[in-house]
Ligand binder design. Structure first.
Ligand SMILES: NCc1[nH]cc(CCC(=O)O)c1CC(=O)O
Length: 321
């Protein structure tokens, strides 16, 4: 018998959705981990989630709590996978018992993107003509754009990114509003006609960042995840998530944010808007970046003081949560 020289590789199983975007993101995570830990073997386990199966119903009508994450979380709890890669935007602010947000990795441009039909090239969100048909499935985008541009016509759009772009190119819409990050990650950054300024559209909590979920206290996995953590993105998105959690909103309510870090200061701007575009409440809180939860909670309290709860209660009454 000859002694073997290679030790058995440690296997880490990574759970993901099957969508193109999810697969691109997960391959990135896998490649990064592999670079840092050449002795490990990383395997990808792709699963369908509820949100991938229900494609014909407006997201805002289904409610969104865990729509894109539940199956992956079950995989973690059942020990079928060791970590799950999510678009942080789709990860609920309250995680199931026994699971935690293990790390947040680098963020792409978190802004919303204006994508135009050929006949509308050259326009911006500010110059689109009255009556132009803008497709979005997000109540947050809808409420803010209605507030600023009441003469545009808004129409729901569903399906994966390619389906949506096909509908746009076929003339069903004159423009779409999508996340810059998703288009960039899929190599379609050239379809972004405009990154919509944050004065017009505050992005979704966590937009453009990846959140990696794992079992609570799984120190072996948490040690690996430290290698791909981006601490600035982590602090910004933790403050954003604290804000959303305090308002008890999911990704399908008209709540938007913007965050930045300058030195030790973290600045968080947040807004809550009514669906008809009549009301839009907005404010900003700055504090030391170590105070992520307090920043998010304080901003939520300020907006509550201005009347945010009444706006949200009316919306919650319409959405099946
Ligand atoms: N809710 C769907 C979703 N989840 C993540 C992204 C894009 C990438 C990201 O925001 O990280 C999208 C599509 C979109 O909003 O256009």
């Amino acid at each position: 018998m000859t002694a073997t020289t290679t030790s058995c590789p440690k296997i880490v199983r990574i759970g993901t959705r099957k969508s193109n975007l999810a697969m691109v993101q997960t391959h990135w995570v896998r490649d990064e981990l592999q670079k840092h830990f050449p002795d490990y073997q990383f395997e990808i386990e792709a699963m369908s989630t509820q949100g991938d199966k229900i494609l014909d119903v407006a997201l805002s009508k289904i409610g969104d709590k865990g729509l894109f994450t539940k199956e992956l979380e079950l995989g973690l709890l059942n020990q079928d996978v060791d970590l799950a890669v999510h678009s942080l935007k789709d990860l609920p602010t309250q995680l199931p018992e026994g699971l935690m947000l293990g790390c947040v990795s680098t963020r792409e441009n978190p802004a919303d993107a204006l994508v135009l039909n050929q006949a509308y090239q050259g326009y911006t969100i500010q110059t689109l003509p009255e009556g132009a048909v803008v497709g979005t499935s997000s109540l947050r985008r809808l409420a803010q754009l209605r507030y600023h541009y009441p003469s545009l016509v808004f129409k729901d759009v569903r399906g994966n990114l390619n389906t949506r772009l096909k509908k746009l190119d076929a003339g069903e819409y004159d423009a779409l509003v999508l996340a810059v990050a998703g288009l960039q990650r899929l190599g379609m950054g050239d379809r972004v006609s405009q990154a919509i300024p944050s004065e017009i559209s505050l992005h979704a909590v966590g937009q453009g960042a990846l959140g990696i979920e794992c079992r609570e206290g799984d120190t072996a996995i948490l040690d690996l995840l430290k290698a791909i953590e981006d601490t600035e993105t982590r602090d910004r998105t933790l403050a954003e998530r604290a804000f959303l959690r305090e308002l008890e909103g999911g990704c399908q309510v008209p709540i938007g944010v913007n965050s930045e870090i300058n030195g030790d200061q973290l600045t968080l701007t947040g807004m809550v808007a009514s669906l008809d575009g009549q009301q839009l409440l907005k404010d900003t809180v700055s504090a030391d970046r170590s105070e992520v939860d307090q920043i998010g909670q304080e901003l939520a309290q300020i907006l509550r003081g201005k009347g945010a709860q009444a706006i949200l209660d009316e919306i919650f009454a319409q959405i099946d949560r």
